[in-house]
Design a protein around this ligand. Structure first.
Ligand code: ATR
Length: 282
């Protein structure tokens, strides 16, 4: 029940109505009997600054930030965590007294999910795509000690841009290529951050075929709808280990929850809620 003491967290985005986060967080608050509520707020770009001011005034405790505000929100914050600063994007804000601090849990969630399958330290990773998700993953993987990184993108110039940005901020030089040049024999981990194979285009041919993979490869598709993309089917067909995007989504949300409340929610509660919502959507 919402009372006079109920604390407020939420998500801002445009659009925001398809977000999977409200049911996950609210299920955890209910399970843990915490007096919080998580609400979606539709905020357009022109209202972003006012929305952050309003959140401060309303003493909102925390916000998730989604497309298209993850970078644009940074100037309105008082402090930004070093990893989020490097990535140049914030998906979580914690309001504390009069301070707003930004974090990025996208990369953290993705790497935590991956590390359940394989250690990433000193590994050779190939990321397909060079958008926001690729960026968060690339920086976080480097912070977690990977050995080599190749960024392969349909538009190779964007891969080069991301590689140069990484090189200018960290002592690390990724290789940048087009998708046609992908060669996986010495790669340990392949990550797809492109939208290829995502609902409603789940029948799209995958960017990489089984013949190009090897059984020791770990293949991570950050897509969660469908749960098994054509890329993951190709990987399974040759006996490679696979990981879809659900754990990344769960862990980024759980980390935001922890940042706001100091409590790590049970993964099962988040997962049950996510699966129910996805089930409703598919
Ligand atoms: P996100 O923030 O989720 O990473 P994004 O910034 O829109 O999303 O990036 C989408 C990525 O998917 C890009 O790397 C894009 O490649 P381009 O930079 O060449 O546009 C990639 N992508 C989308 N559709 C693709 C397709 N049909 N084939 C190959 N790559 C595709």
């Amino acid at each position: 029940m919402i009372t006079g003491k109920t604390l407020l967290v939420g998500i801002i985005g445009d659009p925001v109505e398809h977000s999977l986060s409200p049911p996950m967080h609210n299920a955890a608050f209910k399970h843990l009997e915490m007096d919080y509520v998580y609400v979606p707020f539709h905020v357009s770009g022109e209202n972003l600054e006012k929305a952050i001011q309003g959140a401060r005034s309303l003493e909102i405790r925390g916000l998730n930030v989604t497309i298209p505000h993850k970078t644009a929100v940074i100037p309105y914050l008082d402090e930004v965590d070093p990893a989020a600063q490097l990535i140049g994007a914030v998906n979580t804000i914690k309001f504390n007294e009069d301070k707003a601090k930004g974090f990025n849990t996208d990369g953290l969630g993705a790497v935590k999910a991956l590390e359940e399958i394989t250690p990433v330290k000193d590994k050779k990773v190939l990321i397909m795509g060079a958008g926001g998700a690729a960026r968060a993953l690339a920086f976080q993987l480097i912070l977690n000690g990977i050995g080599d990184l190749v960024i392969a993108n349909r538009t190779p110039e964007k891969a080069v841009q991301l590689a140069l940005d990484i090189q200018s901020k960290l002592e690390f030089s990724p290789e940048a290529t087009g998708l046609g040049e992908v060669e996986l024999s010495s790669t340990d981990i392949l990550i797809n951050t492109t939208s290829v194979g995502m609902y409603p285009h789940q029948d799209q041919p995958p960017l990489i075929r089984g013949q190009q993979m090897h059984p020791e490869l770990v293949v991570n598709d950050i897509i969660y709808n469908p749960l098994k993309t054509n890329l993951l089917k190709e990987a399974e067909s040759i006996g490679a280990r696979t990981l879809n995007g659900t754990k990344m989504l769960l862990y980024q949300g759980m980390e935001s929850f922890r940042i706001w409340t100091g409590v790590t929610p049970p993964v099962e509660v988040f997962e049950r809620s996510l699966m129910r919502t996805l089930g409703n959507k598919i």
